[in-house]
Design a protein around this ligand. Sequence first.
Ligand SMILES: Nc1ncnc2c1ncn2[C@@H]1O[C@H](COP(=O)(O)OP(=O)(O)OP(=O)(O)O)[C@@H](O)[C@H]1O
Length: 224
Amino acid sequence: MIRLKDVWYRYSDNNWVLRGIDVEIREGEVLAIVGPNGAGKTTLMKIAAGIYRPLRGRVEAWGRDLWEAPGAERLALRRRIVYVHERPILIRGTVLDNIAYGLRIRGLDREKAQRRALEAARLLGIDGLLDRPATGLSRGQQQLVAIARALAVEPKILLLDEPFAHLDREKRRLLLNVLEKLASSGTGAAIATHDTYLAARIASRAVLVENGKAETGSIDELLL
Ligand SMILES: Nc1ncnc2c1ncn2[C@@H]1O[C@H](COP(=O)(O)OP(=O)(O)OP(=O)(O)O)[C@@H](O)[C@H]1O
């Protein structure tokens, strides 16, 4: 579980983007992160992923301070959390290379990494693309490759930034099913989205980020 406690963040000398927010991202559930453009949803997720360090407050991952834990422990904690950017960066090479990448940098041998990558690709219906160069894919396909890369490393917490934005109806449904299954098998997910219908359909709780504050509540309270 990840817990943001009284977290403050701003970029350079600009105004505070987050002003003392408290958010919990739990295993076994989907949390929707909603709010207007520029409210700080991406910033919140990057802090939860350990990519940005809060300027005040703390981030706990499974009870440990993510930034104060010793190097090896911090790396182990961070590896349980995967963040997928709305505009993911893909490496040169095939779709299969890309999906296997996270496993390869974790030290898995090529054959095992490719086997797990294939499973993740199948889940998202992109196993027909495995030999294609990743850089020539559409935005939606690139997003699915990045999500498959994240799923392949079997994170405990998955953070997805606007995952539905470029997906067609069929792929949205597929991704919803995958996320539901993941949650019921104990993985946690937080999803930043402007699509309140999809958020309400998938999430069990929501966080509304607005004016530097984060309000947590039920789907009924915040989305409907
Ligand atoms: N690297 C950066 N440098 C300076 N300011 C930034 C940077 N990244 C984000 N910001 C600013 O921080 C604020 C929050 O941005 P963030 O991307 O977290 O919002 P968001 O809620 O995800 O927005 P959207 O819904 O439009 O994706 C915005 O005002 C944005 O301009």
